[in-house]
Design a protein around this ligand. Sequence first.
Ligand code: ADP
Length: 394
Amino acid sequence: MTDAIAVLNAGSSSLKFSVFTERGDEFELTARGQAEGLYTAPRFVARDGAGTLLGEKSWGDGVELGHDGALDHLIAFLRAGLAEHRLVGVGHRVVHGGLEYAQPVRLDATILAALEKYIPLAPLHQAHNLAPIRALFERSPQLPQVACFDTAFHSGAPPVAQAFALPKAITDRGVRRYGFHGLSYEYIASVLPQHDERAARGRTVVLHLGNGSSMCAIAAGRSVASTMGFTAADGLPMGTRCGNLDPGVILYLLDELKMDARAIEKLIYQQSGLLGMSGISSDMRTLEANAAPKAKAAIDVFIYRIGRELGSLAAALGGLDAIVFTAGIGENSRSLRARVCRDAAWLGVELDAVANERNAPRISAAGSRVSAWAIPTNEELMIARHTRRLLGED
Ligand code: ADP
């Protein structure tokens, strides 16, 4: 029997999971997969660490499996498929830790109730993240559960980086810049010393570019600024989110276009970004393969905004030693990385085009003053590490 830790990431219509088993000091990925389309056409798939199919099931169009149904299916799958492992804990990705939780935390009913207070701060994520925690407490009260927050890594950022220029009474209600994707940044910061010790001790900007995209300035392993703010709608344009927007636009939408809050929410979270600009797709691969001028124009805005934010974050750091590309677009899109690096030549980035084509971790030329990297992120592993550490503290 080896100990195993399950990692859950519950979204609005999906439940993603990974199972890690302990191998000495490190973890081995034993299974990963997801149940998706939970309210429309549920489908479950699980693969082992090498990508071999372990299990699959479809429920058909129109079936509402829901989060609880997906969790029950996952528990049954894990019981049958991982019989030789002992599940010692579950780590959850939780988007918001608010002002209170600057570190991962071992969960109990009181803490779960405290985290529910943050649902209004992340209306599209928090409630879904917390649902499987409550359901697991009901099903297996003895099973230790840990919450790891996307905000936590940024909680030590300087006050000036966290402030909105709003009256203090509003700031005191928790309206400030939090920053997200913290588990991804923490993972990259944890592996950066293996790649570039100078940068790990110095000043790095990490570009987490996926469906959700943000960038983070890291000084000696700590977040000092990020492009995301109060919500994950701020900063860069994303697959379907607009990124930063003059607040006057919201007033215009309210007053002149007579949109209500829900319609604006839909606009800024689901109908904007690459999808809204191109009118074609939110998916970078699809846009890169499309010759239409609107596809190119959307990518152009995305790259332009990345360049602007890179300058801003380099200023927050007072200089730059390295940039790291990660997440779906950052890890895979050679053309985007090449363009971002070319635009960043003024900062001292010099691309090695051959290394970039190979996705080699180091994609900058030997003499480049600022090194550039493409490093796969691993938020699930970061959660498993935190979970094991907290279980060991009993
Ligand atoms: P999420 O934020 O949902 O975790 P990912 O990190 O998986 O998303 O990133 C998804 C994005 O990565 C999509 O826009 C997808 O098109 C893009 N992507 C994945 N592979 C490639 C590729 N080879 N070239 C360009 N973009 C890619």
